[in-house]
Design a protein around this ligand. Structure first.
Ligand code: ADP
Ligand code: MG
Length: 388
């Protein structure tokens, strides 16, 4: 038995969705899960339950794996550096990963090394500095915690000087053992949000998926449309180049998702980076020739990457958000009877209000029709709508 085993740290839906391509590639996956019942722990055969912020736990987990990869970005960098020092393959590595952990570090690096387009930004030590930044560029402004944010937690829109104390009161002072700082950012009154997904292997091969439009509701991704409607070839090429440049500059292994905001004049700015399969890439499972999960594993194994192109003119993904329906599979009968082309992925999570508990993918030639089908199925599965 000498088959390669990849250790995945974090037991959420992203780890869970890596399992299917791992079966096809014949590789073993081992899971370090937060608890015995999390989404991925229901699927993986080889599960260790433990705390990913504890060095001894992570080391003991890694000792039985050839390569380590991630479901999330929260493993403390110093623990990963220890693994690398011992010769373990950590993909993506800590030097790259820290740019997804720390938004301030990311802003500094992309500004100095790449001159990548960004909103105006400034690190602010206290409310007075944030007030001065707001006075300089004009309110409203955005304030962000450098670390530990997710789904809109750790992002504040400040309407005037009186609000500038809020982020300092509400931000945790520490995340994964490291200091949280506050960044002031220009409020971008964007026309829409976009995302581009790049996958890069240690050999330096990279593939880029078509650019998606992403629609957030209350800070949570609700829908993606691929390709982003109305994006010119020139704009798409510029965004593709930007994604490749960032992946190369940070020497990323695996998936890099670049979240972007598009201004009304068509130009884009980078919002943030994720170094793991990303919600805005879930459409690739059913809509692309190779899914982001398979390409992530191929990259981690340093295998040639698969074709990232879309199979159909349009692919729409809609997240199923927790609502009144506690038993999602019980509604599959209705949804599949209504739409034989519907693709559903349920994450096996406890249903809680607003929580991402699954997603649907629909694809086809007519965008309005594809969107309507996806929206209906996601709302039906979540319990938002009922039909007699
Ligand atoms: N500078 C900005 N101007 C306007 N909206 C912003 C800005 N930064 C973030 N946002 C909005 O807040 C959302 C969450 O911010 P983000 O940094 O992506 O945090 P999270 O880690 O929660 O995803 C973004 O998707 C976008 O809608
Ligand atoms: Mg985000």
């Amino acid at each position: 038995m000498s088959r390669t085993t990849i250790g995945v740290i974090g037991g959420g839906q992203l780890a869970r969705m890596m399992y299917e391509p791992a079966i096809k590639l014949g590789i073993g996956l081992r899971l370090l899960a937060e608890g015995p019942d999390v989404g991925a722990a229901q699927i993986f055969k080889d599960v260790m339950v433990g705390d990913y912020t504890d060095e001894a736990t992570v080391k003991s987990f890694a000792s039985n794996c050839q390569i380590i990869t991630f479901d999330h970005e929260h493993v403390p960098t110093w623990i990963l550096r220890g693994l690398v020092a011992e010769g373990k393959l950590v993909r993506p590595g800590p030097d790259a990963l820290q740019h997804a952990q720390d938004k301030l570090l990311m802003r500094r690096r992309l500004t100095t090394s790449l001159d990548a387009p960004a909103p105006k930004w400034q690190a602010c030590a206290d409310a007075a500095e944030l007030r001065a930044f707001g006075a300089e560029i004009g309110f409203p402004i955005i304030a962000k915690a450098s670390r530990g944010g997710y789904d809109g937690h750790g992002v504040w829109k400040l309407d005037g000087p009186a609000d500038t104390g809020i982020p300092f009161e509400q931000a945790l002072t520490e995340s994964a053992g490291e200091k949280v700082e506050i960044i002031g950012e220009e409020f971008v009154d964007f026309a829409r949000e976009l995302s581009v997904i790049v996958v890069r292997s240690p050999s330096g091969q990279a593939v880029v998926y078509p650019v998606s439009e992403t629609i957030q509701r209350n800070g949570v991704c609700r829908e993606t449309i691929t390709p982003a409607p109305g994006l010119s070839d020139e704009q798409a090429a510029g965004i593709t180049r930007l994604g490749l440049d960032i992946a190369d500059e940070l020497q990323i292994t695996g998936v890099l998702a670049v979240e972007l905001m598009q201004r009304t004049d068509g130009s884009v700015v980078v919002n943030e980076l994720a170094l793991r399969p990303h919600n805005t890439g879930h459409w690739t499972i059913d809509g692309a020739h190779t899914s982001q999960f398979e390409n992530h594993l191929r990259a981690v194994l340093d295998l040639p990457l698969g074709d990232p192109r879309a199979r159909d003119p349009w692919c729409v993904m809609v997240n199923i958000l927790g609502g009144s329906n506690q038993d999602l599979p019980s509604e599959l009968l209705h949804c599949f009877a209504r739409d034989p082309k519907l693709r559903v992925e349920l994450y096996g999570k406890d249903v809680r209000p607003g929580r991402k508990v699954g997603h649907v993918n629909c694809y086809g030639d007519d965008l309005a029709e594809v969107r309507a089908r996806a929206e209906h199925a996601a709302r039906y599965l979540g319990g938002e709508i009922r039909e007699g």
